[in-house]
Design a binder for this molecule. Sequence first.
Ligand code: TTJ
Length: 664
Amino acid sequence: MSSYDSKDLIVLEGLDAVRMRPGMYIGTTGPKGLHHLLWEIIDNAIDEIANGYGNKVVVTLHKDGTASVLDNGRGIPVSPHPKLKVSGVEVVFTQLHAGGKFGDANYKYSGGLHGVGASVTNALSRYLEVNVYKDGKKYYARFESIEKGGKIHSGVPVERLKEVGNTTLKGTYVRFLPDDRVFKDIKFDYNTVLERLKETAFLNKGVHIELIDERINKQETLCYEGGIRDYVTSLTMDKKPLFVPPIFIENEIEDTFVSLSLQYVDSYTESIFSYVNNIPTPEGGTHEVGFKTALTKVLNDFAKKHNLIKDKDIAFIGDDFREGLVAVLSIKMKNVQFEGQTKTKLGNVEARARVESVCTQGLTEFFASKKNENVGNAIIEKAKGAARVRAAAKRAKDLTRAKNSIEGSMLIGKLANCTSKNADINEVFIVEGDSAGGTAKQGRDRYFQAILPLRGKPLNSEKKRIDQVLANEEIRTIIGAIGTGIGEDFKLENLKYNKIIILSDADQDGMHIRCILLTFFFRYMRPLITNGNIYVGMPPLYMVETAGKQIYCYSDEELEEITKNTKNYTIQRYKGLGEMSAEQLWTTTMDPSKRSMMRVTLEDAVLADKEITMWMGDEVGPRKDYINRNANFNKLDTFDKDLKKDDKSNADKNIKAKQKKESE
Ligand code: TTJ
C-alpha cells in the first residue's frame, strides 16, 4: 500500500467522478448497473477473441462475491504508456475511455466502443486484481478504492504492475469485488450472466465461453459453431418454422463484415435483431435498411421469375415479406456512429449499400439454387397471405379512423376525457370493469385525468391477426383514445396522454388483463413502452383500521409489518377496485402526490419477445413445459391464502382442479 502518492490521486480524479455520479456511467446502481461492471470486463475479453487472438473466455462467479474473467488472448499491454508513463494495464483501468487508445491500431473492429471502459468497473469496485500472461512472464497489479480523510478514492493502484514469475500461458485475468458502498446488492445473477453470454456466444461463432458459478456449483459451456444460425434456431424454438435450417449468409465487403440469418414462423410479427460490433441496435439504422431493401428485391424477383403472382390483386410491399420473419443481422465495421433517442441506431450511411450488396448477392444465390425453390415458394405463399390481410386491415383501419373522427375527441367509446388539452400533464386510466370505471370517474381529478373503462377482457392480440385485432371494439377504443396510431403509422407526437395507466384488480383476472394490454402495447405501440409512457397503477391490497385510523397496505409484507405493531385492528381485504369508495381510490391509487405506480420499461427486447410468445401465444406446448419445469405445485402459498375461508378439506380438491385446468 505504499506505491502511490498524492500526485497519483490527482490522475485518478476521473474515477472519483464515476463514483460521485455512477448513474452517468452505468445508468443505475441497481442490478442492471451492477451487471454492467461485469459486461465491461467481458466485452474487453471478447474483443480480443473476436479479433482472432485466442478462442476462450471463462467467467467465474466466486463465493467471496467477486467475479473474474479470463481470456487466452495476447494480454493487456504491460509496457509503459509513452505519455502517461505508467503501464498499459494501469492506463486501461484508471483512464476513462482508455479502450480506444489501444483499440484502434490493434483491433480491426471493436465492440467496446460504446462501453464506458474497464476503468469504470475499477472505479466502482472495492478492489480489482489483474494478471497478465505474456511473452513467458506473469504480471500482477492491484487496485483498491480506499477511504482517506473521510473521502473515498476510487480505483487507486495500490500494487503497481510488476513481474511475478514465469509462465507458458498467454492471456488476461481480471477479478473484482463490486463496492457495496455503491450498490445496494452486489450479488451477480447466474441467469442474467448466462443469457448475456449466450447472446455473445451466438454472435461470435466458435468462441468457447464458460460460465462457472462457484456459489451454487453450476457450470455451463457455450459454443455455437453455427453462430447466428443457431441464434435464429433458438429464437424460433417455441414457434413453427416455415423451413429448416434457417437461411445463412456471410461475406465481407470494403472492410465491413456482414452476417445474416433468417427464418419465417407462423406468426404475424416481424422480429429483426441487429447488431454492430456485437452491440445491439434495437432502433435499427442503415444496416437494417440495407437488409430490408435486399430482401424485398430478391423475393420480388423470385416471385416474378417463377411466375408466382397470378392474382392481379396482389402487389407486394416490403412489409409483406417480413410477416413472421425472424432475422439476426450482425455486422462489424470501423468508426461506427450511433444515433437515435437511446443511441442504439446505426447512422453510418456507407453501411446501407454494403449490407444491401452482401444480402442481395447471398439471397439471390440461395434462391437460385434448385434445392431451395420450395423455401422460396413457401415464403411467397406466406407473403401473399400478408398482402391480403394488409388490404383487409387497411379497410378496418380506415373504418376505425372514420369512426373516431365522427365521434370526435370528446367521446371515444366510453372514454370519460379530461378537460385539459395539455398532453404533457394528461393521464388516462384504463380501468377493469364498468363499476370500477364509475368509481374512478367520481374519484379522479377531471382536469387532467381521463378514465377509460374496459368491459370484460380485451382481445389477446398475440393470438390474432392484425385485421382481427383492429376489428375488436375494446382495442379500437384504446387506439382511438391514445391518439398515436399503431405499427408503422405510430406517431409519438400525437400522444394525447403522457401517462397511460393500467388499473386492474389484484387477482388472476386483473393480472390477465394487464398482460393482454401490455402484449398489445408491445406489439403495436412499442415506442410507448420505450418512451416510458406506460404505467401500472397499484391499488392497496388491504386496509387496516385501528383507533379510527385507516392504514393502507400494498403488499402482504406491509400488512405483516403494520399488524405486528398494532393492537385491536380490523383488516379489510380489497378483492377488487370496485370495493373502494371514490375517495379511497383517489387517495390510495390516483392522487399523484400519494400514489405509487410501476413504470413499464423494456430492457431486453429479445427476452420480452420470447416471453410474450410463450405466455400469450397460441402454442400451448411451450407454456405447459415452462410451467411444468418451473412451478412448484407443493408450495401453493398465495393460493392457500385464498382458500382460507373455504372448507379446508376442499383445498385438496381445489388444487387438483387447478392442476387439471392448467394441464388442459
Ligand atoms: C491490445 O493490443 C495489444 C495486445 O493486447 C490487446 C489487449 O488489450 N488485449 C486484451 C485485453 N486481451 N484481453 C484484454 C482484457 C481482458 C479482460 C478480462 C479485461 C480487460 C479490461 C481486458
